[in-house]
Design a protein around this ligand. Structure first.
Ligand code: BGO
Length: 334
């Protein structure tokens, strides 16, 4: 079987568009085992040498925690199937939020290359991204793409193929989560390593992080594997949570997310991104969102749309229904 490449990214980052561009008609749709989450697979064939890659389209996710079924499915696939490389599709016009997922791949030590997608949209919004700089700061290949037109597709697949053909051990990214969490994290990491606790599947530091993030799936697995150690880790988390709540009025998972965003901001500040216009400017889609997702106006608009549809269906559908009846009547007699 051809080496596996997983496509991952936030919803609306252009993942499906890129998947279709790469696989064309060589694709099929099924479900991930045991769940109703759609699994799309296909084959990419490089034109000049026929090199093949098996492409799996992961569900769109913002994160790799266990808050939604999609996140669990994507994470389990990465851990169990170990794709040779993950192509992380990142929306260049929304870089900060999209890089949150990339950072989590790097924390897991997963080999990735980044498709810096929607650079046409970013350009229109006056956003310029230095792909080379981003690549050298993150230590992974970054290729600008426009999935809709196929621009950058070949270069992206060349960098993915290079990772497949020259595999190397990826050192998981270690970022600081602040003075309160870092010491506990190190202590937990040591305990996990010393006891080989779930380490045949996950990295020790990552398991500790998941305990701090109250990740139900990992805690459940840990409780099964070694209840004593799992309870000790939970106690460490409880203590640091209590301390954080009393001193900073926050929780470890919020602190970890903040520190991740801080890390992303520090990268972007090093000349990666340039905004021509005011960053807080609202684009037409943002303005529409502001109205449609307003907690008071939004439901009213939804009710109006549903009422409109209802009215339309019962008032104006008679005409096309008449046409259909005429057509089938004619078909029947013919
Ligand atoms: C619609 N550039 C531009 N400009 N648009 C892109 C690019 C790009 O590089 N890549 C994707 N899109 P998905 P997920 C649409 O469907 O692949 C567009 O969730 C529309 N549809 O065409 O679905 C892409 O799989 C009507 O846009 O994302 C799609 O990750 C009007 O981004 C959207 C306008 O891509 C999301 C857009 C009926």
């Amino acid at each position: 079987m051809a080496p596996t490449v997983a496509l991952a990214g936030n919803p609306n980052s252009g993942k499906t568009t890129l998947f279709n561009e790469l696989t064309g008609s060589r694709q099929h749709v099924g479900n991930y085992p045991g769940v109703t989450v759609e699994k799309k697979e296909g084959t990419y064939v490089r034109i000049h040498d026929g090199f093949r890659l098996h492409i799996v389209d992961l569900p769109g996710t913002y994160s790799l925690t266990a808050y939604s079924l999609e996140e669990v499915v994507a994470r389990d696939f990465l851990v169990d199937q170990k794709p040779e490389v993950v192509i992380n599709i990142v929306d260049a016009s929304n870089l900060e939020r999209n890089l949150y997922l990339a950072i989590q791949f790097l924390e897991m030590g997963i080999p990735i290359c980044i498709a810096l997608n929607m650079i046409d949209v970013a350009k229109k919004r006056g956003i310029k991204v230095d792909a080379q700089k981003l690549s050298s700061l993150l230590g992974v290949p970054v290729t600008p793409t426009v999935a809709r037109s196929g621009r950058g597709k070949m270069e992206l697949m060349d960098s993915a193929a290079q990772i497949v053909q020259e595999p190397h051990q990826v050192t998981p990214l270690k970022i600081s989560y602040g003075a309160d969490i870092d010491p506990v994290l190190s202590e937990m990491e040591k305990e996990i390593t010393d006891s080989d606790f779930l380490t045949d599947t996950y990295q020790a530091r990552w398991i500790a992080l998941k305990y701090l993030e109250s990740d139900e799936q990992i805690i459940r697995k840990g409780q099964k594997a070694n209840p004593d150690l799992s309870n000790r880790l939970k106690e460490m988390v409880r203590k640091v949570s209590h301390h954080l709540l009393n001193t900073l009025d926050t929780y470890p998972e919020a602190m970890i997310a903040d520190q991740r965003y801080g890390y992303i901001k520090s990268i972007l500040k090093q000349g990666v991104i340039y905004h021509k216009y005011d960053r807080n400017r609202l684009y037409s889609s943002d303005r529409i969102d502001k109205v449609l997702t307003n907690r008071f106006v939004g439901p009213l608009i939804m009710l109006a749309v549903i009422a409109g549809l209802y009215h339309f269906t019962f008032t104006y559908s008679k005409v096309p229904v008449g046409w259909l009846e005429l057509f089938f009547g004619w078909l029947g007699s013919a």
